[in-house]
Design a binder for this molecule. Structure first.
Ligand SMILES: Cc1cc2nc3c(=O)[nH]c(=O)nc-3n(C[C@H](O)[C@H](O)[C@H](O)COP(=O)(O)OP(=O)(O)OC[C@H]3O[C@@H](n4cnc5c(N)ncnc54)[C@H](O)[C@@H]3O)c2cc1C
Length: 542
């Protein structure tokens, strides 16, 4: 894999991303007045959240990078690729969880990395890591900054300073092997950049998480991301054929063949390593020809249990939808209230499911027909193509609503887990009950919505969206609620995270997830690749 990277600062435009909210300000979604009224009546939402601050109203922690360290780092990457300016440090000061966004509304001094460093080659990364090891400077690898688990927090405890290592310059399609259906993509490419490069050659990766417009190839690998088309194309980790990573101990280049019996698969150590084991520079990925045909169909089920059984039947029969997801009764109700497009006049309640099919015209027809047959047999009623097309059209826009809800004094956040089919109902009830009761204890009623976002032959993921009223210190309020929900997940057989990763926020539960020996294994790997512990301290490893 060639480590060649982009070298012209002018050629690195950032996708527009508000520093204290989600995404492009031009796509903001103000709440309709009747929704505000509903929130006030049902949940006691005040209508007034914390004021938005302008950049000059924020108090940012000053850079503590010693002048000598700054000079040494600049000598490695070149002066124009290191910045200690507030305007560069602030957007790398954290991710995009609700806690992150609430913190950005605070007038208290905000934490931030002491410098932003943008290396342009693997040699530069290796030199930066060597220098930081020697001078005890923490290094936080940074992709799109869309982490929702505190994954890019600038934790400097025990170190002299912390830098954000932005991978943006690793933005090349290095190789496309059309025969094997493999592409080597630079770690800093965003979802749209990667798809555009592949599309010019007639190929697609097909990884579409809701954060698609901003998140990067390296971030997807480092967090084991899952996209909305994962029923058809698999999770991101399932697409990875190989990867390169620079560690303080040296370079690893993993994945020689489509399958191998050469001992444990070390790629797995870097997938989900969240910047703690090495800096991923390039990923070799399975790609497929751009689909020639596509079909959509939405479904209604009388209740969640019936819908879940239908999705299980489809997945276990392997009928081949690219997308299949199911909203529960509450989420279906809210979707109907928010838009007249989803479901139109045909849906009056129950649970809405969406299916999408891709491939050649023959494949699409066959997959669609087999899936229809299974869903009809399982009690589904077809709603036609339009609601599913409407879902696809707006699928990256939902996060903008959170900003409007926070601004209106509502608390809004998502959380996710997964379990086997047999345990799905129990886990859903336990997490819902935990969220509702801990929010009630904090002084507010809540709306807890859930959907099945990803399916597997043996189980599925559950994705919860919570809306309530902010009460008192909203950061403390949500921290307590989330803690109770995580405890409920662990007590009821779920994984602490299906695709958001561990970061800082889920770290207290990782020992329950992988056990004491599992934690010792992770620590041993960390000692082997990063003995000084400079890489992303405070994340992943308990
Ligand atoms: C609105 C919204 C919707 C989301 N939807 C989804 C979804 O549908 N599916 C899903 O899976 N996730 C989702 N996420 C979570 C997030 O987008 C993913 O975790 C994503 O994979 C992070 O990619 P990133 O490039 O933004 O990484 P960052 O946020 O920059 O970093 C995430 C972690 O990976 C590490 N990292 C980043 N790049 C590298 C690298 N090159 N080498 C080593 N470590 C690195 C960082 O240090 C950090 O620990 C969503 C987040 C938001 C805010």
């Amino acid at each position: 894999m060639a480590p060649e990277t982009q070298s012209n600062p002018a050629a690195l435009p950032l996708p527009p991303m508000k520093w204290d909210a989600w995404g492009d300000p031009a796509r903001a979604k103000p709440l309709p007045d009747d929704v505000k009224g509903l929130l006030a009546a049902a949940l006691g939402v005040s209508g007034e959240g914390a004021d938005e601050l302008t950049l000059d109203q924020t108090a940012l922690r000053s850079s503590e990078l010693a002048e000598d360290d700054q000079r040494a780092l600049s000598a490695i990457v070149g002066e124009s690729w290191l910045s200690t300016a507030d305007a560069d440090r602030l957007p790398r000061s954290g991710g995009k969880s609700t806690l992150d966004l609430l913190r950005r509304k605070s007038r208290e001094p905000q934490d931030a990395p002491d410098a932003v460093v943008l290396p342009g080659s693997e040699e530069e990364i290796a030199a930066v890591l060597a220098l930081c090891t020697e001078r005890r400077i923490a290094v936080v690898p940074f992709g799109g900054g869309t982490s929702v688990v505190g994954g890019v927090d600038p934790d400097r405890s025990g170190f002299t300073a912390v830098i954000s290592l932005d991978l943006r310059r690793f933005d090349r399609l290095h190789e496309l092997d059309e025969v094997s259906g493999e592409a080597v993509l630079g770690a800093g490419l965003t979802g749209p950049q990667a798809e555009e490069l592949l599309a010019t050659r007639g190929f697609e990766l097909g990884h579409y998480p809701q954060s698609f417009r901003y998140a990067t190839i390296g971030g997807f690998a480092a967090t084991r991301s899952s996209g909305q088309d994962s029923a058809g194309h698999g999770r991101f980790d399932e697409m990875v054929r190989g990867l390169r990573a620079i560690t303080p101990a040296g370079t690893v280049d993993l994945g020689r063949a489509p399958a191998s019996a050469a001992g444990p698969d070390l790629r797995e150590l870097f997938l989900g390593s969240e910047g703690a084991f090495g800096v991923i520079t390039a990923v070799r990925l399975r790609v497929h020809p751009l689909p020639a045909a596509k079909a959509h169909e939405a479904w209604s089920f009388p209740d969640f249990a019936t819908g879940a059984a239908a999705l299980r039947a489809v997945e276990q029969q392997g009928t081949g939808p690219t997308v299949i997801r199911l909203s529960d009764e509450s989420e279906t109700f809210v979707n109907l209230a928010m838009t007249d497009k989803i479901g139109g006049s045909q849906v009056t309640g129950g649970c809405l499911a969406v299916t999408v099919f891709e491939g050649t015209a023959e494949q699409v027809a066959a997959r669609h027909e087999a899936t229809r047959t299974a869903l009809l047999a399982a009690g589904g009623t077809s709603l036609g193509a339009e609601p599913a097309e409407a879902w696809e059209h707006g699928r990256f826009d939902a996060p903008y609503l959170r900003d409007s809800l926070l601004a209106a004094g509502a608390l809004c956040e998502t959380l996710e887990t997964a379990t086997n089919w047999a345990n799905l109902g129990r886990l859903k009830s336990a997490v819902t009950e935990s969220l509702q009761s801990s929010l009630r204890a904090s002084g507010t009623e809540s709306m807890v919505m859930c959907h099945i976002s990803h399916v597997y032959p043996t189980g599925a993921s559950l994705y919860f969206t919570v809306v309530a009223a902010q009460r008192g210190d909203a950061i403390a309020q949500w921290t307590g609620v989330k803690r109770a929900a995580c405890d409920a997940i662990m007590a009821n057989g779920g994984t602490i995270t299906h695709h958001h990763a561990v970061g800082a926020d889920h770290r207290p539960w990782l020992d329950q997830e992988i056990g004491e020996v599992g934690v010792r294994i992770l620590r041993a790997v960390k000692d082997a690749v990063d003995p000084a512990g400079i890489l992303n301290p405070g994340k992943l490893i308990p």
